[in-house]
Design a protein around this ligand. Structure first.
Ligand code: C2O
Ligand code: CU
Length: 468
């Protein structure tokens, strides 16, 4: 297996990670989905053929100010259809990038124009919604940032887009479609990158306060970077502000699709290195993810007496009326070691064996869509109504559940109230976990509701919520 460490050993370090471009030049632009080439390691290892926006992984950072309009043309220079989905945004359904529901898939050589208002600040991302496992797994993804009217006071604003790749020793991306990935934990890769690079140094200056935007854009890997420092606060989740709070045990869990915005004070002495390990798969499989590498310059004044960071201005989203909200149970089943006997597909009940022969391993409320692209609605909700979904994971695997076009509040987990009921667009359900989420069905359309482990999404863990 090609580990991050072996790759790092071979790699010639490139400089300047994660510095964001300035705002304002992202309107009316063209974004081209096209084949490209990336050199992950040094000259001894061949370059990797990728599919990428404007030929680079990650794609360009799209940066706007809240209240601006996204105005962008996708040009498809791949040899298969594609679309762009704006993960976490709440556009009209026609702009959501779901093939056949929002728009026709954009064929090779064709274009599609996306245009809609950006109503909330935060850290989001964009990716195709066609052949997700392969299109994202080959590199089609990028970060979208919407700046607050009054951004928090920090010295710098940086991002780490966490991702992984499955490739062989010649750095060739491995084939897609393995049944084992679908039935188990998804396509977990063997090479981890941050901002598309194997570089592990984030140069910092003593005394800086930074905003760090973390995104997990991998197909299936969980990340849990561990910050061995005291002055670190989570200030937003999935783009939505939360009261600043310290991560429990210094770890930030991020499932595929999820984001967290942190504020960190870099209080060590000049010349220090602070290593951030990933701890998602236990101590044996802990690995070096990134390091804060302090330069030699003297500490900025005020290093030792900064006040705690102020909260970001909360987003005003339609507030679900919990007293009157109608409830729906949503049960996730199937997968290896899941004990599912079968599920309904259209008007037939299929045994697990029949489902597996068709490449399906998962079910939601004991049903599997007949057509994975355009499932029949799992739920039909009247426009403007408040709803509570009782989610339950009866499988042996974790599933990050994502709802399009809305944000939901997480009310409880395993029956216990969640402090401050954060707004999310993706929520990680561990095996045997239950959670209550609530939202107002205020955006009309047919919205995808699926697991963001892309191999699960394409093998049954996919549904539509119809709002009219
Ligand atoms: Cu990140 Cu259905 O999408
Ligand atoms: Cu899943």
């Amino acid at each position: 297996m090609l580990s991050r460490r072996t790759f790092i050993g071979m790699s010639a370090a490139a400089g300047g990670l994660g510095i964001l471009p300035s705002a304002g030049h992202a309107s009316g632009r063209v974004l081209t989905a096209q084949p490209g080439s990336m050199r992950f390691a040094g000259e001894d290892v061949p370059a990797t053929d990728v599919w990428a926006y404007d030929g680079q992984v990650p794609g360009p950072v799209l940066r706007y100010r809240v209240g601006e309009e996204l105005n962008l043309t996708l040009k498809n220079a791949l040899d298969q259809p594609t679309t762009i989905h704006w993960h976490g945004l709440r556009p009209p359904i026609e702009m959501d990038g779901v093939p056949f529901i929002s728009q026709p898939p954009t064929a090779p050589g064709e274009t599609f124009h996306y245009r809609f208002a950006l109503t909330e600040s935060g850290t989001y991302w964009y990716h195709p919604h066609v052949q997700g496992s392969e299109q994202l797994g080959r590199g089609l993804k990028g970060v979208l940032i919407i700046d607050e009217d009054e951004p928090p006071e920090v010295d710098r604003d940086i991002l780490w887009m966490l991702d992984d790749w499955r490739m062989d020793a010649d750095a060739v991306i491995a084939p897609f479609g393995a049944g084992h990935d679908k039935s188990h934990a998804g396509r977990i890769g063997n090479v981890v990158t941050v901002n598309g690079s194997l570089q592990t140094a984030e140069p910092v200056r003593a005394g800086e306060r930074i905003r760090l935007r973390l995104l997990n854009t991998s197909n299936a890997r969980l990340f849990a970077p561990h910050f061995p420092m005291d002055r670190v606060w989570i200030v937003a989740l999935d783009g939505h502000p939360v009261p600043p709070h310290r991560p429990s045990e210094g770890r930030i869990w991020l499932a595929p699709g999820e984001r967290a915005d942190l504020i960190l004070d870099l209080t060590e002495e000049p010349g220090t290195t602070v290593q951030i390990d990933d701890t998602a798969y236990g101590d044996q499989r802990r690995f070096h993810l990134m390091s804060f590498v302090y330069g030699a310059e003297p500490a900025l004044p005020g290093r030792d007496n900064r006040p705690e960071p102020a909260a970001l201005t909360p987003h005003i989203l339609p507030e679900p009326d919990l007293e009157r909200a109608e409830r729906h149970e949503v049960v996730f089943e199937g997968g290896a070691m899941g004990g599912l006997h079968g599920a309904q597909m259209g008007d037939r009940f299929l045994s697990m064996r029949e489902l597996v022969e068709m490449g399906h391993f998962w079910a939601i409320n004991q049903s599997v869509p007949t057509n994975m692209m355009t499932p029949d609605p799992l739920l039909s909700l009247s426009l403007g109504s408040s709803r509570i979904l009782d989610l339950a994971n009866l499988t042996a695997f974790p599933h990050p559940i994502h709802l399009h076009g809305h944000a939901f509040r997480v009310l409880t987990v395993n029956g216990k109230p969640v402090p401050n009921r954060p707004w999310r667009d993706t929520f990680l359900l561990w095996p045997d976990m239950t959670a209550e989420i609530a939202f107002v069905a205020d955006n009309p359309g047919q919205w995808m509701f699926h697991c963001h482990i892309l191999e699960h999404q394409e093998s049954g863990m996919m549904a539509v919520v119809d709002i009219a």
